[in-house]
Design a protein around this ligand. Structure first.
Ligand code: HEC
Length: 112
């Protein structure tokens, strides 16, 4: 590749990388990894072509209710993740308490 292009590309990539998540704490960043590994393929990509598509989880806690109408509380989200809901599978035994806390901390950022 032309080295001039790299001079432009690399700073641009660094800048966009920094801008997308400016202030994630270490815990939130850990939660982001879990979210990307375990939740994105359904909730953003709908790779199983579920109908209706799984709801977006961004700004989950900025409303008083979850998409289903259940209260938007940590306890309810944990219950959903551990117990599953309709076509959403149960993640019981898949996350340590620390990982669940990190996942919740990340969901509280609103996922921007
Ligand atoms: C296999 C696909 C799939 C995966 C993987 C998945 N979900 Fe879901 N999720 C769904 C579907 C479908 C719904 C809608 C359930 C309903 O209300 O019928 C849903 C709903 C939800 C809701 C809203 C519940 C409500 O009461 O409205 C939350 C919160 C949620 N998921 C969190 C997560 C998190 C966090 C992860 C990752 C750990 C995850 N989901 C992984 C399919 C998935």
């Amino acid at each position: 590749m032309n080295s001039r292009i790299l001079f432009i590309l690399i700073p641009a990539l660094i800048l966009t990388g920094c801008r997308s998540h400016p202030q994630l704490t270490l815990q939130q960043a850990g939660g982001q990894n879990l979210y990307q590994e375990r939740c994105v393929h359904c909730h953003e990509e709908n790779d199983l072509a579920l109908k209706p598509p799984p709801p977006s989880l961004s700004n989950l806690f900025r409303h008083s209710t979850l998409p289903s109408g259940a209260p938007a509380t940590d306890a309810q989200v944990i219950r959903t993740v551990l117990g599953g809901k309709n076509k959403m599978p149960s993640f019981a035994g898949r996350f340590t308490e620390e990982q669940m806390d990190a996942l919740l901390a990340y969901l509280h950022t609103g996922i921007q």
